[in-house]
Design a protein around this ligand. Structure first.
Ligand SMILES: O=P(O)(O)O[C@@H]1[C@@H](OP(=O)(O)O)[C@H](OP(=O)(O)O)[C@H](O)[C@H](OP(=O)(O)O)[C@H]1OP(=O)(O)O
Ligand SMILES: Nc1ncnc2c1ncn2[C@@H]1O[C@H](COP(=O)(O)OP(=O)(O)OP(=O)(O)O)[C@@H](O)[C@H]1O
Length: 491
């Protein structure tokens, strides 16, 4: 990229999250990722450069090691002309969703990350002329805490995502409760995964986006977004899944197309396509905790039918979901067990503030940082070193709980080679595919007290409202059956 000759007209708004905003090049397969900040909380250029460099280093030295070379794209930090950034910011402002405008794009430092555009397969520099479909999933936390430090019994039964849904709807973030449960997606059980993906398609929130040739065609910006339209989605997808037949339109066609999509995504998610360094994942955390979430409509319906809970995770070890789950499980103690350890580190830092650097709280995220993460002991010897290791593992786990997976699918001819990319078949076509992971920014040390408070809020809200309602329903049913018994007695 020739940073000196940048023209804002060649770039377009692509998307944003809570902390960064992404613009995509119209022809080349690259994106620029800028940091965002609340107004009046600007950082110096040097701080922004360091922040971005830390993101790159963390990707290279930690996440590539855990998740595998092929899945992680670290990009590079680049310096852009300030005039270009200012003009770009003005150009894209009208396309930003209102709910994200509480933060401003950083136009002062001139630094950004340059990354491959993952919605257009991994061709990096130039767009392929083949059509490309890309599904982005933010799967969230795929396990129920197994730590003995958990005090709320509910946390051993219902996963955080399902509990959090109720708070999100109550605060107006989303319109309705999703039927998606991360434990279904991470189960490795095809039926449960199909259910999870269909649920995401029904209520995408910020957990699912679909791009066609790099353009967003399906996804939800906020609670005001229009209700998802499956027939419109099927219209976009039909040429990919039924390329040469005249499948009639209408609800039958829509269902067939959605089914194909769900099946292909499941296959891709279960594939172990990482041909990078063997044995990258050195965690080896075994399956722990309950294998189903009691709030998942899938497991609820199984229970109602008197069926057993499904098999424990059958995720193949090479697949990205398995690896992501392993990194998430570095949260060995749960925030309830972690918070006192965070306080221990805090007390130490209050006494020895100059030690912050040695403890690598704000980086560098190098090989030494990575090596310390591999210590999975939970035996607290009362030291700051132990507390620090658990704090750093927690930050990494939280990062993996909030990352997204990008699946790019490009149709290939029945017997043509796919440039050595793996291929997934559907009923009527085949796709060369790639899987990548994005948003691997290490969660800040400072966010731990917020996590602790939020955790309590989520559980308390769920327990008070949902469980109270469930109990009311149960007692009504109980009352009904008592009434019934009385009637029977009378007879
Ligand atoms: O706490 P959660 O689970 O709500 O996750 C936050 C996400 O909300 P979600 O539940 O996915 O809608 C939230 O996503 P949205 O802004 O809601 O799209 C962010 O990803 C946030 O991360 P960060 O503070 O920007 O680093 C996420 O915060 P972290 O907890 O990962 O730091
Ligand atoms: N390399 C990439 N290629 C294509 N699209 C990307 C890329 N990186 C990010 N995006 C798009 O931009 C969106 C926002 O990026 P990202 O998730 O990194 O933002 P964030 O602010 O860090 O998110 P969060 O809200 O989780 O903190 C993503 O959801 C994705 O659609």
């Amino acid at each position: 990229m020739e940073e000196g000759k940048m023209d804002e007209n060649e770039w377009g708004y692509h998307g944003e999250g809570n902390k960064s905003l992404v613009v995509a090049h119209a022809q080349r397969c690259v994106v620029l990722r800028f940091l965002k900040f609340p107004p009046n909380r600007k950082k110096t250029s040097e701080e922004i450069f360091q922040h971005l460099q830390n993101i790159v280093d963390f990707g290279k030295n930690v996440m590539k090691e855990f998740l595998g070379e092929n899945y992680v794209h670290c990009g590079e930090v680049i310096q852009l002309p300030l005039e270009f950034v200012k003009q770009l910011c003005l150009k894209i402002q009208s396309e930003r969703p209102e709910s994200r405008c509480d933060k401003d794009l950083d136009t002062l430092s001139g630094y950004a990350m340059c990354l491959p555009n993952l919605t257009r397969l991994q061709t990096y520099r130039f767009a392929e002329h083949r059509p490309i479909l890309c599904v982005e999933i933010k799967p969230k936390c795929g396990f129920i805490p197994f730590s003995s430090d958990v005090t709320h019994e509910m946390k051993h039964k219902v996963c955080r995502y399902c509990m959090h849904q109720h708070l999100k709807v109550a605060t107006g973030k989303w319109r309705q409760i999703s039927r998606y449960c991360p434990l279904d997606l991470y189960s490795g059980n095809k039926q449960r995964m199909h259910f999870a993906l269909k649920s995401l398609l029904q209520e995408a929130q910020n957990n699912l986006k679909i791009f066609k040739n790099g353009e967003l065609i399906y996804g939800c910006k906020d609670a005001r977004s229009p209700v998802a339209d499956w027939s419109e989605l099927a219209h976009h997808l039909k040429p990919f899944f039924f390329p040469s037949n005249g499948l009639a339109s209408g609800p039958h066609c829509t269902r067939a197309v959605i089914r194909e999509l769900v099946h292909v995504i499941t296959r891709v998610l279960l594939s172990g396509s990482d041909k990078g360094r063997a044995g990258t994942l050195r965690l080896g955390l075994g399956p722990q905790g309950p294998r189903v979430c009691e709030a998942s409509p899938f497991s609820r319906s199984l229970r109602c039918q008197g069926k057993n809970t499904p098999e424990r995770s059958g995720l193949p070890k090479g697949c990205l979901l398995y690896k992501t789950l392993q990194v998430q499980m570095l949260d060995l103690l749960d925030i309830e067990g972690l918070y006192p350890l965070y306080n221990r580190v805090e007390r130490y830092l209050e006494e020895f503030p100059e030690e912050r650097k040695t403890l690598q709280i704000d980086g560098p995220y190098d090989e030494a940082f990575y090596q310390k993460l591999l210590d999975l002991s939970t035996e607290d010897d009362g030291t700051v070193a132990f507390a620090l290791t658990k704090v750093q593992q927690y930050r990494v786990a939280m990062t993996a709980k909030d990352c997204s997976i990008m699946i790019a699918l490009s149709p290939c001819l029945q017997d043509a080679s796919s440039d050595q990319r793996p291929v997934v078949p559907s009923s009527r076509s085949r796709f060369a595919f790639s899987v990548s992971v994005l948003d691997l920014d290490l969660k800040p040390y400072e966010s731990i007290p917020h996590q602790y408070k939020l955790d309590g809020k989520i559980v308390n809200y769920y327990s008070k409202t949902v469980c109270a309602k469930d109990n009311a329903v149960m007692s009504t049913r109980f009352k009904e059956s008592e009434d019934c018994t009385l009637v029977l007695h009378k007879v």
